[in-house]
Design a protein. Sequence first.
Length: 371
Amino acid sequence: MKDLIKDSAPTEAPQGQAAEPSGGQARALTTPAQFVAAGLADPVDAAALGQVAAEFKLRMSPEMARAVAAPGDGVARQFVPEVAELTIRPEELADPIGDDAHAPVPGLTHRYPDRVILHATKTCEVYCRFCFRREVVGEEGALPEAEMAAALDYVAATPAVREVILTGGDPLTLSPRRLASVMARLGAIPHLDVIRFHTRVPVVAPEKVTPDLLAAMESDKAVWLVVHTNHAQELTEAAQAALRRLVAAGIPLLSQTVLLRGINDDPDTLEALFRALIRAKVKPYYLHHCDLAKGTGHFRTTIARGQAIMTALRARLSGMALPAYVLDIPGGYGKVPIGPDYLLRAADGLWQVRDPKGDLHRYADPSAPLG
Ligand SMILES: *Cc1c(COP(=O)(O)O)cnc(C)c1O
Ligand code: SF4
């Protein structure tokens, strides 16, 4: 097990990448002092940030440190610790989306009949300050082999499961060797159709998308990848190249984005992100309303604002570029779209449909009474 943990830890100075990238840090930032030295955190906050670090692990990858254009910008705030994280609001929860309520065996969440989430590791290349799993990530690396075996046994014994979502932590922090072993075992389960990766690696640590890693991701099953990205500025040249390597490997790409106050909660910022994703052949899939994780209140905006942004984007962007705006209902009740609604009931029982400009139009179903 010790071996597995070591094996899955992110490489501090990845081989194959220039050891001293131009004008940036070659190593991940993991302590308040390093964030201060990099000019990203204020020295006067150092003591309080020590408290934050004791609570929630710190890590900003070299690629993301290089992507910062100015301290406090939309990339920096995702990874640089803030004193505000020490404020826990009464509505905030240790398990905001109720993963634990649906865990038949450790490391596995089975909430929807046809798909499960496999928490392959607790390690990430970055520790996002708003992470909905911040209470569990960063702890101890890869799922121990005995638990992995039990999770795979559960999937093999549950024919209703058609899709396994590898998440974490970040499943692409596993070594190619360990990942290939998991993929081989999943590939041998006859009732599985899809293996899906939820990852930030292609964007935050693109140098890790190596030929070995791509080979490890191969399967006779349909392999899909959902990349987590929140701001167009994260999609650096290197990140775009990593996405191209995934496309070339035949993997369909989707994205998920967290709606974050002051980072991307305006139509212009999200339009730039979704256009950049479409250019990179990534279909925007979900825009998540920020979950009620502890110490993340400063990142959360209102559902009304999220809906107004989505309305504005529908008037500007192709349908391909629009994600569904979703909320994971606290308590483990599942993810649902939260609008905006384009279809309303009129007083006479017929439908009214809102067009992208906001004007209402009547619509009669074939079976509806003539009105
Ligand atoms: C988000 C989630 C999924 C995947 O949901 P999709 O809508 O298929 O993307 C599956 N299981 C759990 C527990 C989840 O939280
Ligand atoms: S990469 Fe994902 S799991 Fe890891 S800290 Fe960020 S949001 Fe959380």
